[in-house]
Design a protein around this ligand. Structure first.
Ligand code: FMN
Ligand code: SF4
Length: 414
């Protein structure tokens, strides 16, 4: 294997995440010092744009462009939000950043927030992640003591307040407009866009919302330059990515690999290959909302590409072997979306519930002709008529499973 490139995980296992001194001794907060001493907010944005960094929260939107939109707004009040909701089943990359190196994330938040002109940053975290909440509380306190957060950061004109906001633990609150509603004290459900948060976000002010992993790349980019970052990974989406490989592999874990890596290499070279005695059936890419990659897709490049057949999403890869029960999988996917539908729009509220009911009947071998016809209608409705992408997400894996395993699914199994 080629020499591994480590950006986000370079300190993992080597420093104590609860000791800011250890992060500093490993070169931490050097990027913030460089920004304060030598750079302007505009030059930070230029470096991020040059790097080609794109969002790791799922959609792969260019980060530099998003930050520049917020920076160009005239408003005096602006906000920067780190999205650490991470409620997708099988996804724990953002929490792993906190568990292993919380200060790299904080350093990225501080630089990103100051670059867009925000004086207040929020970290929005799922309230069930108590361990990570405690680590972050301690880290923010330590960064304040060292003058990295607060008024006149490192003696400069810059100031930043940072607040940790624990949500109630809903998947929809990872969606940026629902997240804003949640911080504002409203019901956690999506808002119509436009206007986009970059113009009219938290409390009606321009707001940058980025995924925790996206933000954690910023210190490296500022220290080493956008050009150096752009040379890593794939042309379409430079850099490395945290992949969470679960399921029927020898070594399930979080791995940092260059974007553009082939699925077969991620499974074989990083996750130790398929478990002994098991055969690859398919892999689900991007969590419960992700599409299914079959054996013929193993050479697929994992990168952010709007034309990709299989979107990368959060980077979760669930490897499923041939002993798995497709009916159980259908029930687990539909059960998740039924539970997590926020209820705001009828097609998703009803559609996710009906699909779950039919999945139960499929498992019990009680599926009727009417159900078979209804499945097509429900999948179409979820795909085409729901208010936010969660509806589409609820249909994705079910549709792929039907396309590939129709006979197994409709076989009366019990
Ligand atoms: C249903 C749903 C759930 C989402 N959950 C998350 C999440 O947990 N974390 C996250 O960073 N983005 C999540 N997103 C994407 C966010 O809306 C937003 O695009 C992202 O935080 C932007 O950051 P990025 O540009 O750095 O990727 C979700 C989107 C949807 C539709
Ligand atoms: S699609 Fe689902 S999650 Fe999105 S607004 Fe409608 S009910 Fe809520």
């Amino acid at each position: 294997m080629k020499k591994e490139i480590k950006i986000i995980t370079k300190n993992w296992g080597r420093i104590n995440p609860n000791q800011i001194e250890e992060y500093i001794a490993a070169g931490g907060y050097r990027a913030l010092r460089k920004f304060v001493a030598e750079m302007s907010p505009q030059s930070v944005l230029e470096e991020i744009k040059t790097s080609g960094l794109c969002g790791r929260g799922g959609a792969g939107f260019p980060t530099g462009r998003k930050l520049e939109c917020v920076a160009s707004e005239k408003s005096k009040e602006k906000y920067f939000i780190c999205n650490l909701d991470e409620s997708e089943p099988g996804t724990y990359k953002d929490r792993s950043i906190v568990d292993n190196d919380p200060h790299m994330l904080l350093e990225g938040i501080i630089i990103g927030a100051l670059a867009v002109g925000a004086r207040k940053a929020f970290i929005y975290i799922n309230g069930n992640y108590q361990k990570e909440i405690e680590i972050l509380e301690r880290a923010v306190e330590q960064a304040q003591e060292k003058d990295f957060i607060g008024e006149n950061i490192l003696g400069s004109k810059y100031g930043l307040e940072m607040e940790l906001f624990a949500g109630a633990g809903a998947y929809i609150c990872g969606e940026e407009t629902a997240l804003i509603n949640s911080i504002e004290g409203n019901r956690g459900e999506p808002k119509a866009r436009p206007p986009y948060p970059t113009q009219c976000g938290l409390f009606g002010q321009p707001t940058a919302i980025n995924n925790a992993e996206t933000i954690t790349n910023i210190p490296w980019i500022i220290e080493n330059g956008g050009k150096a970052y752009a040379k890593i990974g794939s042309k379409k989406s430079p850099g490395t990515k945290l992949f969470i490989v679960n399921g029927a592999v020898e070594n399930p874990d979080v791995f940092e690999a260059p974007l553009g890596i082939k699925l077969v290499d991620l499974i074989g070279k990083y996750a130790g290959g398929i478990q002994a005695g098991k055969d690859f059936w398919f892999a689900q890419i991007g969590g419960s909302s992700g599409r299914l990659a079959m054996e013929k897709d193993l050479k697929l490049k994992l990168e952010y590409d709007c034309e990709a057949k299989i979107p990368l999403g959060s980077g979760a890869v669930l490897v499923v072997d041939k002993t798995a029960d497709i009916h159980e999988l259908l029930l687990s996917w539909t059960g998740f979306f039924r539970r997590e539908s926020c209820g705001k729009c009828v097609p998703c509220r009803e559609g996710t519930f009906r699909l779950w009911e039919i999945a139960k009947r499929l498992q019990d071998g009680e599926v009727s002709e009417r159900d078979v016809a209804a499945i097509q209608d429900i999948l179409w409705t979820l795909n085409n008529t729901t208010f936010c992408p969660l509806g589409k997400f609820a249909a994705t894996a079910f549709s792929d499973a039907l396309d590939n395993f129709r006979d197994e699914i409709y076989k009366i199994s019990k």
